[in-house]
Design a protein around this ligand. Structure first.
Ligand code: NAP
Length: 351
């Protein structure tokens, strides 16, 4: 294929054109605040209610964000008749219970990443959402970003030739007080950060046939601190990923094919540009989009709004089957490096 003279444009619709849903935010932490602000500033979506374990925290959040309804329990939030869709923004080990709580109340649901602790829990969420006939998706926002639609077009059009290799890392240093360092909240690098490069590798090359992983615990800590994994995909293609919570790394992704190599600007999981260089490095073309960081979080919400408006129960941008498959891969990596979460040894909890 001839190397193109320019990048394709994203085909994603204008976020302002997505019909408004009435959102209820479940949890009042770091991501809940950024998600709510991003919706308010960039979309027509209405955040009408928030639910917290304490009414004081719900009221504080509602006052800060200009939200009318503040509930002192998650059960009250999901029962609110003014709420169309619940955004689950609690720690990973609680996603399964909170997603089911919302689904059983008949609400659509958008669950922060990873959608659950393990593949068995994720499958149960997918089954329940199918039974209820409501929208359910994982808010792994990377795959809802305009630049990922551009990458998808480049891959589908064969511009990269045969893709041989994917390299991606997600590394970030965290202070000692962060929940990511707590075993009781399913901390460690893999769920919070590692799901991004693992999901990317499978999105480009298909689900892997083999994975070999090594891990290292946080020195003196209670969680795993970093993981490196190599994966073999169909036809012998390969990916290599690293994730760490002990240091900052470039957070880049490289997709390398026989015809061209694509490199992301900045963190590959954020909004930002792309550089495509032909094999032999004779030509380079660029795609640009504003590098707005978490201000871009609205993308999974407007996709939910578009799909709910047309009566769809999920999205091809991040199908539930892909969320389950990512956790199957994480489960296998955890098996190899010896990581088990507390809930997985408790009687009666799905594993
Ligand atoms: N997409 C992204 O870029 C991104 C970035 C960061 C995090 N995340 C995801 O968002 C989720 C939440 O992360 P976060 O950083 O926002 O966490 P956080 O700041 O600790 O907030 C979590 C919230 O969950 C609620 N919660 C319920 N039970 C809890 C418990 N036992 N311990 C602690 N909190 C509890 C709390 O709200 P109440 O007190 O109001 O009940 C708390 O404020 C995670 O799944 C994470 O992976 C995504």
């Amino acid at each position: 294929m001839t190397f193109p003279s320019s990048m394709p444009a994203s085909r994603l619709p204008d976020p302002m054109a997505a019909p408004a849903l009435r959102w209820g935010v479940l949890g009042t932490g770091w991501i809940a605040e950024r998600f709510t602000g991003s919706l308010r500033r960039n979309t027509r979506q209405q955040v009408v209610a928030v639910g917290s374990r304490s009414v004081g925290s719900a009221r504080d959040f509602a006052d800060r964000a200009g939200i009318g309804r503040a509930h002192g329990s998650y059960a009250d939030l999901v029962a609110d008749p003014e709420v169309d869709i619940v955004y689950v923004a609690t720690p990973h080990n609680l996603h399964h219970g909170h997603a089911l709580l919302a689904l059983d109340a008949g609400k659509h649901v958008l669950v922060e990443k990873p959608i659950a602790l393990n593949a068995v829990q994720a499958t149960e969420i997918a089954t329940r959402s199918a039974e209820r006939g409501v929208y359910c998706a994982e808010a792994l926002w990377t795959f809802y970003l305009p630049r990922y639609d551009v990458i998808r077009q480049l891959l589908d059009d064969g511009v990269l030739g045969e893709v041989r290799t994917v390299l991606a890392d997600h590394g970030e240093w965290f202070p000692d007080t962060h929940r990511i360092l707590r075993h009781d909240l399913a901390g460690g690098a893999l769920l919070d950060l590692g799901t991004y490069p693992l999901a990317l590798a499978a999105w480009v090359l298909g689900e892997p046939e083999q994975v070999v992983a090594i891990g290292q615990d946080v020195p003196g800590g209670e969680v795993h601190g970093q993981v490196s994994a190599v994966l073999r995909h169909a036809g012998g293609t390969q990916s290599a990923i690293n994730t760490t919570i002990m240091a900052d790394t470039p957070n880049r992704a490289v997709i390398a094919g026989t015809g061209a190599t694509l490199v992301t600007d900045g963190p590959f999981f954020f909004p930002g540009g792309l550089t495509l260089t032909s094999a032999g490095k004779k030509s380079t073309i660029r795609y640009t989009e504003p590098a707005i960081g978490h201000e871009g979080l609205f993308v999974s919400a407007v996709e939910a709004a578009r799909r709910v408006a047309t009566g769809e129960a999920g999205t091809p941008l991040r199908p539930l089957a892909a969320s389950v498959a990512t956790l199957e891969l994480v489960d296998e990596v955890r098996r190899q490096i010896g990581v088990t979460f507390l809930e997985e040894s408790a009687p009666g909890v799905p594993r």
